[in-house]
Design a protein around this ligand. Structure first.
Ligand SMILES: NC(=O)c1ccc[n+]([C@@H]2O[C@H](COP(=O)([O-])OP(=O)(O)OC[C@H]3O[C@@H](n4cnc5c(N)ncnc54)[C@H](O)[C@@H]3O)[C@@H](O)[C@H]2O)c1
Length: 436
């Protein structure tokens, strides 16, 4: 089939290259000229493990290409994916302008009966709205909801081995059902993991899944604060609670608060949808509030460690991306900390294995991005670990001790709680663990 993916970001690029890998001819279209030029030149504009090889292989086979000509790309496709951004508006709702503009384009340009798949995360009712936008198209356009569940950092593996595919089709739309089955068949050979449902349920499933995961994190962050007050250890509590099979062990890690391009905006958008329908989703809105407050935890701890004032102090930060194995800075807790430090007159020297360029673009010369983790620690008054990259797991603590001006280690991910760092001469503190 001829596939067109509109929006060539984390989701669109992985899906485009992934479906090309399964044998389809794919064109990835984007309005961002710079991005398309770099893809056409064989560069990958994001860091995602496994993606460069996947893209290169399928480009050289002729199954994958990139274009800025979105109009032409959608006109010639059997299947069109919308994978554009749906960023938060000021009121917390999702900005659907890019989704609407692609649906309108498809309505005007489709030259054959085709499927329009909404992969972007969109509030309930958006598929219906897209269906109305394509209602008068010269060709029949079937609208399908197919929310994305890939995780940055393991997106390629998630695409190739999905644990489930959620598809929302209108009852009776056998054409759409047949095409969707064919599309995902190569990824589900060992077991059919498609969960079919109505489009509204599919739209909501995505938001509910993200909000539930965010809720677990926020709750454990609150529990971590309680642990600090009562002398408990949140690691031990997590083990105890997570070994209950009804609860499970994932997403129970205390830390500096959740970030990323999905959880913060999706929780807010779900709350907004509730309000649109006269419902206050209390748990979801509290999850968001707890996270906003908790994102200040590292700054509060740092202030306390540095005698109440960070003005003129140099602070080293390890890890800028919102999680390891990505270069995505969106809503990262590291940015919250850096913004607070800069506002209070501290100097910030940071390191990240992959997000350094993105951070340079974001902060310009207000933050120094060091070439190595140890260089960032040089002459710093404190070192704060914000993102748990594997390379930070077992550093040379002797070298860090020598580099720091003041031996304060703040471990935002509890990577080093068992390493006896106080005996080595550090003032060490984690999140939700006893201060030693
Ligand atoms: N990033 C994730 O981990 C993830 C996971 C699941 C779902 N999602 C959802 O998928 C969607 C895309 O997320 P992303 O992280 O890939 O976003 P992104 O910002 O990385 O990429 C979006 C791309 O869309 C392009 N674009 C915007 N308007 C366009 C238009 N009118 N025509 C063509 N291209 C246009 C942008 O230039 C950009 O390249 C969002 O709704 C997001 O919530 C993201």
């Amino acid at each position: 089939m001829n596939l067109c993916v509109v929006g060539t970001g984390y989701v669109g690029l992985v899906n485009g290259a992934g479906f090309a890998e399964t044998g389809h001819t794919v064109v990835c279209a984007d309005v961002d000229q710079e991005k398309i030029l770099s893809l056409q030149a064989g560069e990958i504009p994001i860091f995602e493990p496994g993606l460069p090889a996947l893209v290169a292989r399928n480009r050289s086979s002729g199954r994958l290409r990139f274009t800025n000509d979105v109009e032409a790309a959608v006109s010639d496709a059997d299947v069109i994916f919308i994978a554009v951004g749906t960023p938060p508006r000021g009121d917390g709702g999702a900005d659907l302008s890019a989704v609407d503009s692609v649906a309108t384009l498809v309505s005007e340009r489709a030259t054959r009966e085709c499927i329009l798949i909404l992969k972007s995360t969109v509030p309930v009712g958006t598929n219906d709205r897209a269906r109305r936008l394509v209602d008068n198209a010269a060709q029949r356009v079937h609208v399908v909801s197919n929310p994305e569940f890939l995780k940055e950092g393991s997106a390629v593996a998630d695409f190739l081995r999905p644990d489930r595919i959620v598809i929302g089709v209108l009852p009776g739309d056998d054409f759409a059902r047949k095409v969707m089955t064919r599309l995902y068949h190569p990824l589900l050979l060992n077991k059919d993991r498609v969960v079919w449902m109505r489009p509204e349920s599919a739209e909501l499933t995505k938001y509910v899944a993200n909000t539930m995961l965010a809720m677990r994190i926020s709750f454990m962050n609150e529990v971590a604060m309680l642990c600090e007050q009562v002398g408990a250890d949140c690691h031990e509590v997590r083990h105890g609670v997570g070994s209950d099979v009804r609860i499970g062990s994932q997403f129970l890690y205390a830390g500096p608060g959740y970030g990323g391009s999905c959880f913060p905006k999706d929780v807010k958008a779900l709350v907004h949808t509730g309000r649109d329908h006269g419902l206050e989703l209390e748990l979801a809105s509290t999850t968001d509030r707890v996270n906003d407050r908790h994102k200040g935890v590292l700054m509060r701890k740092l202030r306390a460690q540095l005698g109440g004032d960070v003005r003129g102090r140099r602070v080293a930060i390890w890890g800028l991306a919102f999680k390891p194995k990505t270069d995505d800075l969106r809503e990262s807790p590291a940015l919250t900390l850096i913004d607070a430090l800069l506002a209070d007159g501290a100097e910030v020297v940071a390191h990240d294995p992959e997000a350094g360029d993105a951070a340079r673009a974001h902060y310009g010369d207000r933050v120094h991005i060091a070439e190595s983790a140890y260089a960032a620690a040089e002459e710093a008054d404190a070192l704060v670990l914000v993102t748990e990259w594997r390379e930070y797991q077992n550093p040379d603590f002797g070298r860090i001790l020598q580099a720091l001006r003041n031996p304060v280690l703040l471990d935002g991910r509890n990577l080093w709680t068992t390493y006896g760092l106080c005996e080595l001469g550090f003032t060490y503190e984690g999140v939700g663990t006893a201060v030693s």
